[in-house]
Design a protein. Structure first.
Length: 306
């Protein structure tokens, strides 16, 4: 397999292909991506792309639709790899070559990217827009307190418009949930529509991984910090931040209203665990429960005839 590294920018893609001395640049547009995918399909590529805040998603989905092997890596991993390789300089071409080297050396350790289904992409887009509107609404509410009376009515109209948009987005999300949500995602108290939508759109691996794998993927698995005779405190790190935030909010509700989660939280606190440590442990337990129930649903779906 030919290793390929692609550094993604807002306007362009820098492509380093193993065995070729020059880094190729194409436009990060529908036409540019189609041209690139056709070229990569001819070299049996194993592609590594760095996550770039969503600019990489059209490329990833086009590669998957064409049947190409592609993986998305965390920018922190790519930068740490560059430091380990001794490359302190940073340009788009250098980043592309380093990603190509990562594809050659570590492709077997990366998880192949699987493109979301069309309805998952739509749900992801609605969730993304919802986050933008919530952020804007919070900012305008804070600014409202500082507005003089002469402009307060204008600020109030903007807030009202944002609230209407938020309600419209909620209806779109609910419509998709009514069609695609499964009982496992609402099987505990506290698992509201935002958690369900986030899980469906941003955690398609739910039910397909072990409890340890899903905890690491979301970022609620404690990481060891031991060396020699020293044993450091374990901390969570990395993972999918939007899923973890949604899980955190769901867990806050679950430890109040779900009997199993409430008992688990009280037991941890009685053992002397700090409140935040106990809450993270409850997040991990809640995720484990949902993952197991979703796994059972997937087994039943496979076993069903037709």
């Amino acid at each position: 397999m030919t290793a390929v590294g692609i550094d993604v920018g807002k306007a362009s893609l820098d492509v380093a292909i193993e065995g070729r001395p020059r880094v190729m640049r194409v436009a990060n547009s529908a036409a540019g991506i189609r041209k690139l995918v056709r070229q990569l399909a001819q070299v049996a590529a194993r592609i590594v792309v760095e996550a770039t805040g969503g600019y990489e998603e059209p490329l990833l989905e086009a590669c998957c639709d064409a049947g190409l092997w592609v993986a998305r890596v965390n920018p922190r991993q790519a930068r740490n790899f560059a430091r380990a390789a001794g490359d302190v300089a940073k340009t788009d071409a250098i980043d592309a070559r380093l990603l190509c080297l990562m594809a050659r050396m570590f492709a077997d350790r990366f998880q192949r990217y699987r493109a979301p289904l069309p309805w998952q992409r739509e749900l992801r887009d609605w969730l993304r827009r919802r986050g933008q509107v919530v952020t804007a609404l919070q900012a305008h509410r804070q600014q409202m307190a500082m507005c003089p009376a002469s402009v307060r009515s204008l600020a109030a109209r903007i807030i009202a418009a944002l609230r209407r948009e938020l309600m419209a987005i909620g209806r779109q999300i609910k419509s998709l949930l009514d069609t695609h949500a499964t009982p496992a995602l609402g099987s505990c108290k506290g698992l509201g529509p935002i958690f369900q939508a986030t899980s469906l759109a941003l955690l398609p691996e739910l039910g397909a991984l072990t409890r340890r794998q899903i905890a690491r993927l979301v970022g609620v698995a404690p990481m060891n910090r031991d060396s020699g005779q020293s044993s450091g405190a374990r901390r969570i790190r990395g993972g999918r931040s939007p899923v973890r935030v949604a899980l955190y909010m769901a867990t806050l509700s679950a430890v109040r209203w779900d009997e199993t989660m409430k008992a688990h939280y009280k037991q941890l606190r009685a053992r002397g665990k700090l409140a935040k440590v106990a809450l993270v442990a409850c997040m991990r337990k809640l995720l484990t429960i949902i993952n197991a129930r979703r796994r059972d649903e997937l087994v039943q779906e496979v076993a069903m005839p037709g």
